[in-house]
Design a binder for this molecule. Sequence first.
Ligand code: ADE
Length: 248
Amino acid sequence: MQINILTLFPQMFDSPFSASIFKRAIDGKLVRVNIHNIRDYTHDKHHTVDDYTYGGGAGMILKSDPIFEAVESIKSSIRLKEGAGVVPVILLTPQGRLFSQQIAWELSRHSHLILICGRYEGVDERVLEHLVTDEISIGDYVLSGGELAAIVVVDAVVRLLPGVLGSEASALDDSHATGLLEYPQYTRPAVYRGWAVPEVLLSGNHAQIAKWRREQAVLRTMKRRPELLDKANLCLEERQLVEDLKQS
Ligand code: ADE
């Protein structure tokens, strides 16, 4: 996968992509992340990227022309080299659709992504109307720009790419991957400060362990994020468990 990020602050991407899973994925050529400075696509002496808002009002708006030029130039180099199909052009903005594990899976199926980090008070509406194919928000709060949101999105997507995590199974068990939060996990020692690991996990009985984990995932989801249960894929027994717990 090739991910292109348009930003006014390329330096914000230096460290997040240079450690851990990212570094492995980049070194292993499973993903390539290209950072593009929007300022490089201006033509005036001052490299102007923003301007006053028509109609008056506080704050500066990101101009459309450098963003259009940057995206068009990236798209044509993708087409020249690799002939990719439709490339999503995603604006990170608090006004976008709320990012989720499902959207991460959806994005992970593309060979190329273009992410635009918004800044200041906003982006010229023509970018949204005629260039962008999707708008994503990472939560109902306002960041000072889309950079941290882009890092969040890229992290969630890259770890789903085949070969990036040690075992494929680990992404499939994640909280949210199943529609439920993840079950509790323990590692050695079996007893720490008098707190013992649940017996069943030491039993070696894989069927019992799987059953316990599934129940724990349902219980945990019910306690912490009950609204997720409506959409989760539960069997009859699990639905009954939820109903019983609601009564108690
Ligand atoms: N830019 C500013 N706030 C944001 C948010 N919550 N999500 C995505 N991009 C943003």
